[in-house]
Design a protein around this ligand. Structure first.
Ligand code: F6P
Length: 472
C-alpha cells in the first residue's frame, strides 16, 4: 500500500512574516486536527498553499525546505493567482453560488482561467510526489477540477474528494457557464463525499441532468469506472473540547472573565466574517429581544467573535461595516454604565480563551443563512461538561441534521429567533440536560477520527468494487 497525499487549498499551517522573516503558525482548525491522525502516519504528506504571497525565490526555497521537514509541500500562488483564483473564482463565484447568494456571483472569464491554471499548478505539485499506488485525498471547492486532472495523468490512482461547503440545487449549478467542466472535474474521483444527504442528492441530480450520468444507490457508472457518492457528516475532536472545558487553564480563564462580567446570562456567537453566517440578522433578533422583553436589559449580553476573513473581497468589507453599525446602534441604545449588550471582537482568539467562552456561556447562538456543516455548534455542545446550556441552531447548517435537540430556527425568521432566545433563557435545567446529553452522545460517537476512518474504509470498498467491475 502506498502513502496518502492530502491536498487542500490551505496547508494546516499559515505563513506570516516576523521581522521580515517567514514565520509559521500551526492551524488548530477542525480539518488540521482530524487529518492530523492520517497525515502523521508513515510517509504521508500534505500539499497546499502556505496562505501568503512569497516574492523572493530564495525565501520560497527556504520555505520549501522547512515545510519538507514537516511533511508538507507548498504550492506557491502569485499575486495574480491570489486575486483571480482565491479571491476571484473560489470566493466570488463558487462561494456565493454554493451558498445560494446568486446576486453576488461574479461571472468573469479571467477568474475561471485562473481557476484552471491554479488547479493545474496543484496537479503538477502532486505529480512530483505521487506514486501509482498512492491515495490522493482532495479537499474542498477551490480544487474541484483537480480529481479529473489527476485521473487523466494517473488512470489507476485512488482519488477521493470531500466538499466542505454545501452543494446547491441543480437550479444554481446550471447558472454557471462552467458547470460541465466543474462536474467532470469532480467525477475524476473514486469517492465523492458531502456533509449531508441533501448535498449529495443535489450533486447526483446535477450530474444526471448536466452530464447525463445516472446513478444506482449512489454509484455512478462513468465510462469504465464506478464513482461512489455519499454523505459523511464531519465531526470534531470531541475529547479535545470536553477535556479542555474542565482543564485548570480554562477554569482560570473562566474565573477571570466572570469576574469582569458579573452574573448576567451570556449568549455566544463565533464565526468567520462571512455573509453566509447571518450575523446582521442575528443582531437584529437580539435587538428585538430588548424591545419585546425589556426585563432582559442588564441581565443578558452577547459575546460575539467575528474572525477576520477574505476582507479584500467587496462583499466582506461591506458586511464588516454593516456589523459595526448594527453593534454600535444596539450598544448605544441600551448600554448602561455597568452593562454592555454586545461584546464584539473582530479578531481570532487562542484555543484556551475560546474554550472558556464555550464553557461559561449559557446559550450558543449559531444562525448561519447557509453552512456546509458548522463545527462551532458541535464545539459548544462538547464543551458543556456540566450539561447546562442551550444551543440555538439554524436549520440551514448541515449540523442541524444531527443536532435535532437544539432549538432549531429559520435564521431569516427574526421573530422566531427572538422567541427562541426567550425560550432558551427560560429553559429548565432538566430540559437543558436532556437535550445536551442526547446531542453529546451523537457527536461523541461520530467524532473527527471516526469521520476519517469511515471515509477511508469506504474508499477501500469502492476500489474493490471497481476492480471487480473492470474485470467483468
Ligand atoms: O470550509 C470552508 C473553507 O473555505 C475552507 O476551505 C477554508 O480553509 C476555510 O473555509 C477558511 O477560508 P479561507 O481559506 O478562505 O480563509
Amino acid at each position: 500500500m502506498g502513502k496518502t497525499i492530502i491536498v487542500s487549498n490551505r496547508l494546516p499551517i499559515s505563513l506570516d512574516y516576523k521581522d521580515g522573516k517567514p514565520d509559521f503558525k500551526t492551524s488548530a482548525g477542525g480539518l488540521a486536527t482530524g487529518l492530523g491522525s492520517i497525515f502523521e502516519e508513515a510517509d504521508n504528506i500534505w500539499i497546499g498553499w502556505p496562505g501568503n504571497y512569497v516574492e523572493d525565490p530564495e525565501q520560497r526555497a527556504e520555505i520549501f525546505l522547512e515545510l519538507h521537514e514537516h511533511k508538507m509541500a507548498p504550492v506557491f500562488l502569485t499575486q495574480e493567482d491570489i486575486e483571480e483564483f482565491y479571491e476571484g473564482f473560489s470566493n466570488e463565484t463558487l462561494w456565493p453560488a454554493f451558498h445560494y447568494f446568486t446576486q453576488y456571483i461574479a461571472y468573469e472569464r479571467r477568474f475561471w482561467e485562473a481557476y484552471v491554471r491554479v488547479n493545474e499548478k496543484f496537479c503538477e505539485a502532486i505529480l512530483k510526489k505521487a506514486d501509482p499506488d498512492d491515495t490522493i485525498w482532495v479537499h474542498d471547492y477551490q480544487l474541484l477540477l483537480l480529481p479529473k486532472m489527476l485521473r487523466d495523468k494517473l488512470p489507476n490512482a485512488t482519488i477521493a474528494f470531500f466538499q466542505h461547503i454545501p452543494f446547491p440545487s441543480y437550479e444554481i449549478i446550471r447558472m454557471l457557464p462552467w458547470r460541465r467542466p466543474i462536474l467532470e472535474g469532480m467525477c475524476g474521483a473514486d469517492l465523492i463525499g458531502f456533509h449531508t444527504y441533501d448535498d449529495m442528492r443535489h450533486f447526483l441530480s446535477s450530474v444526471g441532468r448536466i452530464l447525463g450520468l445516472s446513478n444506482e444507490s449512489g454509484y455512478i457508472q462513468a465510462e469504465n469506472r464506478l464513482i461512489n457518492v455519499d454523505a459523511f457528516p464531519m465531526g470534531i475532536d470531541y475529547t479535545k473540547y470536553s477535556e479542555s472545558a474542565d482543564s485548570e487553564t480554562t477554569m482560570a480563564v473562566v474565573e477571570k472573565f466572570k469576574k469582569q462580567l458579573g452574573s448576567q446570562k451570556l449568549l455566544l456567537s463565533i464565526d468567520r466574517l462571512d455573509y453566509s453566517k447571518g450575523i446582521p440578522q442575528r443582531l437584529k433578533a437580539f435587538d428585538q429581544l430588548f424591545k419585546l422583553y425589556p426585563e432582559y436589559k442588564e441581565k443578558v449580553s452577547l459575546i460575539m467573535v467575528v474572525v477576520p476573513s477574505r476582507d479584500t473581497v467587496k462583499e466582506y468589507r461591506e458586511l464588516k461595516e454593516e456589523i459595526d453599525t448594527l453593534v454600535g446602534r444596539i450598544n448605544s441604545a441600551y448600554s448602561t454604565l455597568n452593562w454592555v449588550p454586545v461584546h464584539y471582537f473582530y479578531r481570532a482568539f487562542p484555543f484556551e480563551e475560546l474554550s472558556a467562552f464555550y464553557k461559561m456561556s449559557n446559550i450558543g447562538l449559531v444562525t448561519p443563512l447557509r453552512d456546509g456543516m458548522n463545527l462551532v455548534c458541535k464545539e459548544f455542545v462538547a464543551s458543556k461538561t456540566d450539561q447546562q446550556g442551550v444551543l440555538i441552531l439554524s436549520e440551514m447548517a448541515g449540523a442541524s441534521k444531527e443536532l435535532q435537540d437544539a432549538i432549531l430556527v429559520n435564521p431569516n425568521n427574526m421573530d422566531k429567533v427572538t422567541e427562541a432566545l426567550h425560550m432558551a433563557l427560560n429553559m429548565s435545567e432538566e430540559e437543558q440536560k436532556t437535550r445536551l446529553v442526547s446531542m453529546q452522545e451523537t457527536i461523541k460517537r461520530y467524532d473527527i477520527h471516526k469521520w476519517v476512518k469511515v471515509f477511508m474504509d469506504r474508499l477501500k470498498v469502492v476500489k474493490d468494487k471497481q476492480e471487480e467491475f473492470q474485470s467483468k
